[in-house]
Design a protein around this ligand. Sequence first.
Ligand SMILES: [Zn+2]
Length: 283
Amino acid sequence: MPSEPNHVLEFPGGYTRSTGPVIGRFLTELRAGRIVGVRTAAKKVLVPPLEYDPLTGEPTLPEFVEVGPAGTVREWTWVDAPRKNHPLDRPFAWALIRLDGADTSLVHAVDGGSLKAMRTGLRVWPRWRHDRVGSITDIECFVPEVTTIVANVRTEYTVTPGAALARYLDALTRNVFLAGRCPSCRSVYVPYRLSCPQCGSVIEEELEVGPSGTVTTFAINNLPDPRAPQVPFVSAYILLDGADIPIIALLAEIPATEVVEGMRVRAVFEGGAVKWFAPEREA
Ligand SMILES: [Zn+2]
């Protein structure tokens, strides 16, 4: 058990000491919201600045260099239970921070939010106090650079199919796949559309395609979808007879493991829409 202290050393009113030209400049700059270092004879920038180069003992040059304010965490340790005198009242990191433009690191607190957010190489920026007095605590702490934002997104919208898609959907209610043929390149598109995506020509010729077609590729899905609640289900690209581009559709009435590319399938209509495609029965 440590014994209770029985002596007190105190300077009533505080102990006043002079800062000298180097530390004084550093603290004055902090009060103005800037961080400066000092250059050594070997052209290294010391932050915080020192009056003498710690490597050589030579006086540093009377040249101040503004650094940061951002920097990079070089080393850090996590403080899970802050003490009364710590700069933050929530878990934080003590870190060695190399400010941009500096050759030495500064010890300061990083308000990283959580241990998981901390890492060597983390980019940090100072959080300044509003009522600065010329002290290292004018920087309340450093905080991680903003790299992501969370935007609340909610959009309500109504889809209007447009003239071409409206014609296509209208034809589907009569169990017909309506396609369009390009007058220039002769490509046949389903769903029916008003212009050719390949050559830009206006499409005027309408024709029916399908309802049979060929599976060009497919996927077996093991995650339920509102449109296909039973799993596994098969979604397939189906090239309808007479068309030049495939449509994507459900493929059913067959075990998923028996679906193969090149398989002949036929649309199953229900209620004016394609329910799914199913293997074409031998006639
Ligand atoms: Zn075309």
